[in-house]
Structures are given as C-alpha cells and as structure tokens.
Design a protein around this ligand. Sequence first.
Ligand SMILES: [Zn+2]
Length: 338
Amino acid sequence: MLATVLHGPGDVRFEHVEEPRILLPTDAIIKLSASCICGSDLWPYRGLQPMNGPAHMGHEYCGIVVDVGSDVTTVKPGQFVVGSFCLSDNTCPHCQHGFQSSCVQREFMSGAQAPYARVPLADGTLVATPEVPPEDLIPSLLAVSDVLGTGWYAADAARVQPGSTVVVVGDGAVGLMGVLSAKQMGAGRIIAMSRHKHRQELALEYGATDIVTERGEAGVAQIKALTGGVGADSVLECVGTQESMRQALQSARPGAMVGYVGVPHGVEFDGQSLFFAQVGMLGGPAPVRRFLPHLMDLVLTRKINPGKVFDLAIPLADVAEGYRAMDERRAIKTLLRV
Ligand SMILES: [Zn+2]
C-alpha cells in the first residue's frame, strides 16, 4: 500500500510500504476512515526532534476493524472504532487510575497516515461505536483520537469547574479543543490567547468569552486586568515552549491548576518562582482512553463538533502538501481523506 513516511526534515513521501498485519494476538488491523496530521508531527518535520531513520507517520485514527488477533475480545471485524494515540492495556494499575498514557505496556501509535494500520493492545485501546456512524461525523470522531482528547485532558487536569475562569494558552488545534472542553465543563469565562483572526473566530464559536492578542508580559498584564488582578482558576497550556509555559504559570492565581499538554521543547523551571507561585501542575501525554466513551458519545449525539478544527481536507496522496500547509500556518489542522 501507499502510506506516509518522513525521511528527514521537510521530506514527507507518500510511498510504498508493507501492508500491516497481525503480529501479536492482541493486535487489530483497521481500515482508516480518515487520517490527519498532528501539530506534534511538525517537530520532526521541522528538524526540531531527532529521528532514527525513516518514520511511518500518523497516530490519530478511526476506522473499521478488518482483522483481529486471537486474544482480542472487545472489538471484531466490521465494527467502527476510535483509539487513543497512546496504546494501553487498560488493566494495569496506572490504567485503572485513569492514566492509560502511562500504561506499563504503553506504546505510541504510528503508521496511521495510511489506508490501513495495525493497532497493538486492541482490547485496551479501541472503543467501538454501536453502529457504523454517518460519514459527516467522521472528522469529529477522528478528532477525539488525539486533539480533542488532549484538549479535554488539559481542561480536566486544570480542574475546570462550573463557573471557573479559564485561560487557554495556544490557539492551535489543541488549544481550540481546550476551549471547547472548558465550555462543556461549564466554565464561566474562557479567555483564549490568540493573534490569528481565523483562530480567534473558531475560539469564539467554541465558547471563548474573551480574546487576548498580547503575549509575554503584556499578555499576563491583560489576563490580570480581565480578572480583577487575581489571575485564572484554571490555565490550559497547549504549546510547550518556554514562553507559553511562563505565560501559563503567570496567568494562574495562587491555588490554581495548570494543565499542560504542549510537548515541552526547551522548557525549564525556576524552583523559587514555582515555590512562590503556589500553582499546581498536571500534564503530559493525554490519557485519551479514559475520555473516549464520553467524548464519542458527545459527538454521536451531535452535542459537539470538534471536526470543525480541520480547516483543510485533502487526499492522503497529497499528504506532503498537508504538512507544508500546517508548517506555514496556512492550515490549523489537515484532514487526510483515505
Ligand atoms: Zn495499563
């Protein structure tokens, strides 16, 4: 089959690879209904993350099960499934505590920017829908797999409550999903930090009540001005740079929680500042598996429309253009039609 392989910085190829097959009795093979490109795929694409040779890209997925290993009991061929980008057994102590992204058997999904993909640990990773969903819900179900699950985790980790004042740092796809999630959790005020008109509009549509365009000290000053000098109850850090982390910590009031889901690149903390900030932090790779049933239900009952975050949809064969469009910020997130 033809699939997506990253050979080096800026070098995405749609080329012949071996078709996935069952390697372990706990595997499933799925036929992708759609795939997409993640903001985190841009780190190696931009040469900012070391690579060990060519990489089969893609970790966000939904589709129809075509084959399962002999130990798989919870999904069967013909079912539509969504899975997390973190593969988990869903039985170990960390999974039982709801941190499937730290599963003792954890692996990271790969090879999903393709027509078919192998999903290890299928029983603990995949969730099936009662019936095959209508075509128009596919983008939103695909979003659940990572970008929405991650935005939701940011809001959950930041302990967004009904009536909370929330700041969302980052207007990429995850930040926008963080806005949607905070809204679903009943936040009273959602301040989105964004400098891009198109993204501001989507943030407002997803439930943002205020937009702050300033960054750095000026951005913090704006947050303080909007919150009567207090700071936010919950802050969602959805970027992963030193500047965004500083922004997040300084926007939080004493006693607040920061949910940080942007993969840190070059982020360092100063012990004294952390000590006196009196802010809690919880983050890391999102345990999407914990949220899958709830989020899939919200999509299937059409209560949320996270699929709108895909503002470019192109055939899988044009995947290289999809990477370019996101790299050049012409697209928030690219959906790949399989
Ligand atoms: Zn586990």
